[in-house]
Design a protein around this ligand. Structure first.
Ligand code: GLN
Length: 473
């Protein structure tokens, strides 16, 4: 199975060159062969084969096929799939069976995608290395001593290692873009409100978005077209309809960049120099680049961690052993809640709940939350201004390539600071994408990140295609 794109794959199916059953069997074999990567927590083997069989029959009968007909998709373990476990990689929800489908899942199924399994991640999507999963860490397929990134590490590795065609992840502060970068695949975080969050286990509700891992830009665009849209179950979804009409894009090709981000002392020297050289080369390919001043770099990570932990402390209060979570330890209410939450939440989740509860508490709220909200507002004003001048902003994805397992695990602050380039898009709700372009001398891939104004995913996808084309010529 030499998978290149959804379009090519579907034409092979239509010509009768291959069948969905062949393809599902292939991916199941690969998943088993690479089981040690720990990318999947569960594989729906029988179900996927049965569905493939049905789809083969349907196609051969000449009926019109769905737009994702036969596409093999893996889903991060935070997206609810009816009658399947959704555990958020936590002991707390180890046996939680979803009673409904997330809207994104519903839409995938309607268009005849085949869901092959659920993918490992950091517990409740909190982390940047996939070392916080209650079910073991995930290995980067290129170098097994390195992390895949996080929190959607399993989803990134699954696409990287050819264990599925598309993965759905979630991105609250970079969890799709950073692992995509560490694994050398495409990672798209759409605008806030583009894809319904109905059925996505909440972390920071004003930041969370479902995101897409793919092998190429067209696949990511097609999947976005299908799973996005207004949804009565999520009032924050936007009305705008997204068509992935990439070739029809007519922007001005003006890209801005913040020099301060590329000159940051934390950014790996080789990453910085390759990215700068690339940006400098863009003019001769008809892309205008514009340096933009940015003096808020030191504020974005603190603002992100104050607001997301505050939202998380509220969102995760439902896991008390009564509403959700493991119960039956004590007849005393307080005792029951205490035992459940201390025993079944991992260390990082507990740390964030405590941090969030602290910043929300009386006397501290103004000092932390109010300030962080001000930073968020200033950023929103700032981008309004920037997108009057340029179509997109180019920036790094992560300060380093995939680091070694255990390397940053004992220093939460260092791990937080590494989110410096990705949290911007979530604080402001704008769409962002990471595209693989380069290889580091340490053997690991890395790329660049593009951000566009709200609801302008088409700009992102079309410029991404141009940049990949320029780099590959
Ligand atoms: N690394 C960030 C965090 O730990 C991002 C997580 C995410 O996007 N889900 O919060």
């Amino acid at each position: 199975m030499n998978y290149t794109s959804i379009k090519d794959y579907q034409s092979l199916l239509a010509q009768g060159e291959i069948s969905c059953v062949d393809v599902v069997s292939h991916y199941i074999r690969e998943i088993k062969k690479y089981w040690h990567l720990n990318a999947f927590l569960e594989v729906y083997e029988k179900e996927a084969l049965d569905r493939a069989n049905e789809l083969d029959t349907l196609r051969k009968s000449g009926r019109k096929t769905g737009r994702l007909h036969g596409v093999i998709v893996g889903i991060k373990d935070v997206i609810c799939y009816k009658n399947h476990i959704t555990s958020a990689a936590s002991r707390m929800l180890e046996n939680f069976n979803s009673v409904y489908n997330a809207t994104a899942i519903e839409k995938l199924l309607q268009e005849e995608a085949i869901i092959i399994g659920r993918q490992n991640c950091d517990e409740f999507a909190m982390g940047s290395s996939n070392e916080n999963s209650a079910f073991g860490n995930v290995l980067n397929a290129i170098d097994n001593s390195r992390v895949p990134g996080g929190s959607s590490g399993g989803s990134a590795v699954a696409v990287q290692a050819g264990l599925c065609m598309i993965s759905l992840g979630s991105d609250t502060g970079g969890s799709v873009r950073q692992p995509a970068d560490f694994c050398g695949v495409v990672g798209l975080k759409p605008s806030y409100g583009r894809i319904s969050r109905y059925g996505l286990i909440a972390y920071g509700s004003s930041f969370d978005q479902i995101g897409i891992f793919a092998n190429n830009i067209d696949d990511a665009g097609l999947v976005l077209e299908i799973i996005s849209g207004k949804d009565v179950y999520d009032s924050t979804t936007i009305d705008d309809v997204f068509f992935s009409d990439i070739e029809a894009y007519t922007g001005t090709n003006k890209i801005g960049y913040f020099p301060v981000m590329f000159d940051h002392p934390g950014l790996d020297k080789e990453i910085a120099s390759k990215q700068k050289e690339f940006i400098n080369s863009l003019t001769k390919h008809g892309i205008e680049t514009l340096p933009i001043e940015f003096d808020l770099l030191d504020y974005i990570v603190p603002a992100y961690y104050i607001l997301t932990t505050a939202e998380a402390s509220s969102n995760l209060s439902r896991y008390d052993g009564l509403k959700y979570g493991v119960s039956g330890f004590s007849p005393e209410l307080e005792e029951q809640v205490k035992i459940t939450r201390s025993k079944f939440f991992g260390k990082e989740v507990q740390r964030r709940i405590m941090l969030g509860t602290f910043v929300l508490s009386e006397g501290y709220y103004d000092a932390y939350v109010t300030h962080a909200q001000k930073v968020r507002q200033i950023l929103l004003d700032k981008i309004k201004d920037i997108f009057q001048q340029v179509d997109a902003i180019i920036l790094p994805v992560s300060p380093t390539t995939a680091f070694k397992i255990g390397e940053k695990n004992n220093d939460p602050i260092e791990m937080f600071l590494a989110d410096i380039y990705t949290v911007f898009a979530n604080l402001t709700g704008i769409p962002a994408i990471s595209i693989p372009l380069f290889q580091h001398t340490n053997g690991m891939p890395f790329g660049i990140q593009l951000m566009a104004s709200h609801a302008n995913e088409l700009t992102l996808l079309s410029l991404s295609k141009k940049l990949i084309f320029i780099q590959n010529r």
